[in-house]
Design a protein around this ligand. Structure first.
Ligand code: ADP
Ligand code: MG
Length: 698
């Protein structure tokens, strides 16, 4: 059947090729369907009239009925404007135009009755309404005008006359083209069970709500649908995958694991670590392929959990591989794990871009013979030349740094996909995790190893530099090390901020008796590593850096993190940076240095940082302050949601609810044959076809 909603937008009355191309480019609107799914961002009640004597300049909008008494041209040159004196018999207001003066006087006649709508301001003691909406009063039924929609538009659109008002007209034209009945996108059973408004009614009411109650119902229906299909897609996908792949069954917990546990483990596992290892063991023994996301705040001991999970693979005669986003991090993991495994006769190797020649060949050979049991590395492990005898388990550290494609590539390293554990220290709020990684099971380490002193966070204005430097000196003289982080590498001419180079120079001046190293993103990797190494080894006491140190570096002796221009960092970034200290037994400090001038939002961010060390609390606050689109990790996750109406931060409860609805359906109708759900499966199929990313979630 030909669906009119797929028709090219340029054929819609009032559009044409030029405006169509602007709509394409600016709003990604190509079809009638796209247009109808471009929703207003607010509504203004136009169902009542005001009298001029009752209005004041503080009201957001007013609507008046009356006549233009006279026109007057006021001012010269750029301040030239047209003023219409407008009265309803209870007073006079001035309608003002700065543009289109001829058009206005030609169109709106003196002494005829009009309904005027706009935003009042007070100027020279009189009420003004600039560029009002004007309609002839005749035939206008005010009480049924309802809520007027407002659409976001861009500068480019406005220049072609495509303002909110013009979009509203286009919507009207589109609706008049479309004849009922419309194809429903949710099945009748779902509509009735969850009291949802039919699609057509919802779309009409989202654009032209008859009253607030109907608007609420329309919004609910459309949000429900949007979140529902995301969940249905993810859950269905993971069901399909379960059917397709069996997954290795790791039944045994044997010598390697037990020897490690009884002889090598240097400390007691925390309760959370024990619980998570149990969850992982259960997954890997289930016969299903494991896909688990391990969330744990910085310093919560994820590495150990990863290692012990890999040992289970070894006990079942499989190899394991661990991938980290940077060379430094991979090297650190390699060293940590080699140390932990000391004396156990398990071959562990490190493969990064800089492992070359004979050493590299040896490793590759060892992987193919199965002699290398644990491989730790960077992206280098993804290369096609890297093959395994029997890869059974993969750990991906700091998962948000990797794209979906890279994960998928690791799975391909064996005929049956290995178990996958992805780890992240960027805590993702539950609601977001459910949408992003809905097909992953989630484990959480919510407990830090004992004996850690909570990091003390202090907000300091940058005029207190002297006492800051004294504090640093004191710490270094006690044998500690210090990070100083700057937001930018090169100063933009306009923004007065200290950049890294300047900072580095002044720190060297200030602390001539200490060694200072410097790391930023524009250095060559080898150079960067060498500088980093100076800090890791303890040779340098101070590291001046940009956010490149954000991920995973472990220097337990570092006890101070100074963040310059902290107002320029997001919450999750601040938290990540802070996590670089507080890794040893000493009291650690995080100093957030800012200028005096702070926005309300920045003030809140800093307050949250000072108040709590809890990554989840911070992530929730971040989500609320910024909205999900900005959250670190969502960009690279490979899932383009492009939510049109639902809001992950605010609609968490609804998300939870629709997830359960979707789950029930996937369980109830695993073969997609139940006629009650035919519409759903067809719609899902369509969505997968149209959203490239939807099909690739994994
Ligand atoms: P992250 O979760 O940030 O990756 P790590 O795995 O690097 O954290 O662990 C941080 C530090 O805590 C390491 O020095 C590690 O040896 C130590 N650690 C991990 N687990 C425990 C434990 N159960 N008891 C004491 N220290 C632990
Ligand atoms: Mg780590």
């Amino acid at each position: 059947m030909f669906d009119i909603t797929t028709r090219d937008i340029k054929y819609l009355q009032g559009v044409g090729p030029q405006r169509a191309s602007i709509l394409n480019k600016e709003l990604d609107i190509h079809s009638l369907h796209d247009l109808l799914y471009y929703f207003p961002y607010k509504y203004v009640d136009r169902s009542r009239l005001y009298y001029i004597h009752e209005i004041d300049g503080n009201m957001p909008h007013i609507q008046l009925k009356g006549k233009i008494l006279s026109y007057e041209n006021v001012g010269e040159g750029r301040s030239r404007r047209l003023v219409a004196h407008f009265s309803d018999g209870t007073g006079v207001v001035d309608l003002v135009w700065f543009k289109g003066l001829k058009y206005v006087t030609g169109r709106y006649k003196v002494n005829e009755e009009y309904v005027v709508f706009g935003k009042p301001t007070v100027f020279n003691g009189r009420i003004n309404v600039a560029h009002p909406d004007i309609d002839p009063a005749e035939g206008l039924v005010i009480s049924s005008m309802g809520l007027q929609p407002y659409y976001n538009t861009t500068e480019k659109m406005k220049r072609s006359g495509l303002n909110s008002h013009a979009l509203e007209k286009l919507m009207k034209n589109a609706f008049s083209l479309l004849q009922s009945p419309w194809e429903e996108t949710l099945s009748p059973k779902i509509l009735s069970e969850h009291h949802l408004m039919p699609l057509e009614e919802a779309l009409r009411n989202i654009h032209f709500p008859q009253n607030p109650e109907l608007l609420r119902k329309a919004q609910y229906r459309l949000k429900f649908e949007e979140l529902f299909y995301i969940q249905l897609n993810i859950l269905r996908y993971s069901k399909e995958r379960q059917k397709k792949y069996r997954g290795f069954c790791f039944e045994r917990v044997g010598d390697v694991f037990n020897t490690f546990y009884t002889q090598n483990l240097p400390f007691q596992l925390t309760g959370a670590q024990k619980r998570v290892i149990k969850e992982i063991r259960k997954d890997m023994g289930s016969g299903r392929q494991m896909n688990r996301l391990l969330q744990g705040d910085v310093g919560s001991g994820k590495t150990l959990v990863a290692l012990m999970s890999m040992l289970i693979a070894l006990d079942n005669d499989y190899q394991a591989c661990m991938m980290a986003p940077t060379e430094i991090l991979a090297t650190q993991h390699y060293e940590t794990i080699s140390q932990l495994m000391f004396g156990m006769n398990v071959r562990v190797e490190l493969l990064t871009g800089s492992v070359k020649g004979k050493k590299r060949e040896e490793i590759l050979k060892g992987l193919l013979t199965g002699d290398v049991k644990i491989l730790i590395g960077t992206h280098a492990v993804l290369e096609d030349t890297v093959g395994f005898a029997s890869l059974g388990m993969v750990v991906i550290d700091e998962q948000h740094r990797f794209g979906v494609a890279q994960r998928a590539k690791l799975w391909g390293k064996n005929t049956c996909p290995p178990h996958v554990l992805v780890m992240t220290a960027t805590p993702i709020p539950r609601t977001l995790a459910m949408t992003l990684y809905g097909d992953l099971d989630v484990s959480v380490i919510d407990e830090l190893p004992p004996g850690r002193k909570p990091i003390q966070t202090i907000h300091q204005f940058d005029n207190r530099r002297k006492s800051l430097y004294e504090g640093i000196r004191k710490q270094i003289d006690e044998g500690r090390q210090v990070y100083i982080v700057y937001p930018l590498i090169k100063e933009s001419e306009k923004i007065d901020i200290k950049n890294l180079e300047e900072g580095y120079a002044s720190i060297c001046d200030e602390f001539p008796d200490y060694k200072v190293c410097k790391v930023h993103g524009q250095m060559k990797p080898a150079e960067k590593d060498a500088e980093m190494q100076r800090f890791v080894s303890g040779e340098a006491q101070i590291m001046v850096a940009t956010t490149v140190i954000e991920v995973g570096v472990n220097v337990p002796n570092a006890s101070v993190m100074v963040i310059e221009n902290a107002e320029r960092f997001g919450l999750s970034q601040l938290h990540q940076l802070r996590g670089r200290v507080g890794r040893g037994a000493d009291q650690s400090y995080c100093i957030l240095v800012t200028s005096f001038k702070l926005s309300e939002e920045t003030r809140k961010r800093l307050e949250i940082m000072v108040q709590t060390n809890d990554g989840f609390e911070i992530a929730e606050a971040d989500l609320k302050l910024r909205g999900p689109g900005d959250l670190e990790g969502t960009q690279q996750s490979g899932v383009a949601f492009d939510l049109k109406i639902a809001d992950i931060a605010r609609d968490g409860q609804l998300l939870q609810y629709v997830r359960e609805v979707a789950m029930k359906i996937v369980e109830e109708d695993p073969e997609s044959v139940n006629p009650d759900y035919a519409i759903l499966w067809r719609q899902l199929h369509l969505l997968r076809k149209n959203h490239v990313n939807w099909a690739a979630i994994s």
